[in-house]
Design a protein. Structure first.
Length: 326
């Protein structure tokens, strides 16, 4: 991907890339918001479906008949993960700008002009996002700080409640009413991104070894390392029905189904192994495992059992990654 510097781009236009998985209940509202709030950029929309089983493709075909902008549907018979889907979409992009958004996200305000405003102020800006709320209008995670092994201990050993440190938070909530300035951030939540093709080309594709979670964090960390920091513009507003694909159609009887928390832990350890020395990550694993075992022994409840089980499952799936991560 990083070698495709000769691509001819359509300037001042945007490609919207959406990876769907069991998104029949949300994709129409998502695309309606694209139609209403990205029209100034004359969007081309590419939707890649990761083997949905809930009729998402049927919904997309109906939308395509009346959608006023080009809408391409890519259908795959196996769920290969979010990072894989994003990369396949990026291969099709011929516009100066790219917008990646989740099918359970909805734009609440025009955002293309705001994105160009960010670039005028910060020409080396990488990823641009906005303030995210849930369907009730309450602030949701808009991004956070790059995780470290010490932060993982702080998160999963209950220390965040005893020693709160805002600058350590991997989940920053930004309230619309109290945020009126451009904000530099380590990484914005992947529910909605705008960036230029130049950035994606220079940073390189998403790491497909992340099936889900932390792929956007990894991308932003690589972008920061080569001089492309990320920003949140308060004028960009997104509503995010977080986790709709999991909660509406969990498919727990599917032999390939995995608990989202297990996938989260797998991606967390992959991310940390990729960016930090092994000994630091392994020490964090030992400390968190000891805490979770003690918690389960003391509380003897279902939640403690689930966290420990998914922790161990995610860790098992991540084994061997440290040898190939760099």
């Amino acid at each position: 991907m990083s070698g495709q510097t000769q691509k001819t781009l359509e300037h001042s236009r945007i490609t919207v890339g959406i990876v769907t998985y069991n998104s029949a209940g949300t994709i129409e509202a998502c695309l309606e918001s694209v139609k209403n709030h990205l029209k100034d950029a004359i969007p081309t929309v590419i939707v890649l479906d990761n083997a949905s089983s809930d009729g998402t493709l049927d919904v997309l075909k109906k939308i395509k008949k009346k959608f006023p902008y080009p809408l391409e549907i890519l259908n795959h018979d196996k769920n290969r993960g979010y990072a894989w889907g994003v990369n396949r979409i990026a291969e099709q992009v011929n516009t100066e700008w790219i917008c990646f958004m989740n099918p359970d996200a909805r734009l609440l305000a025009p955002c293309f002009d705001y994105a160009r405003e960010v670039i005028r102020k910060v020409p080396t800006c990488g990823v641009i996002s906005g303030i995210i709320t849930d369907p009730d209008g309450e602030p949701q995670e808009s991004g956070g700080a790059f995780p470290t092994p010490l932060m993982a201990i702080w998160d999963w050993c209950g220390l965040r409640h005893i020693f709160p440190r805002v600058n350590w938070s991997t989940t920053i909530k930004l309230d619309i009413r109290n945020n009126k300035r451009l904000k530099r951030i380590d990484y914005p939540t992947g529910a909605f991104w705008i960036l230029r093709w130049e950035v994606f080309n220079r940073v390189g594709p998403f790491d497909e070894r992340f099936f889900l979670y932390f792929e956007e964090t990894d991308f932003c960390k690589r972008a920061r390392e080569i001089g492309w920091p990320c920003y949140i513009h308060p004028g960009i507003r997104i509503e995010h029905n977080k986790g709709a694909s999991f909660t509406e159609s969990p498919n727990i009887n599917d032999p390939d189904y995995r608990d989202p928390l297990s996938i989260y832990f797998e991606s967390l350890w992959k991310y940390l192994y990729k960016h930090f020395p092994q000994w630091k990550v392994k020490n964090a694993i030992r400390i968190i495992r000891a805490f979770l075992r003690l918690r389960k022994l003391i509380k003897k409840d279902e939640k403690s059992e689930k966290i420990l089980t998914t922790f161990e499952d995610g860790l098992t799936k991540a084994e061997g990654y440290s040898d190939q991560s760099r």
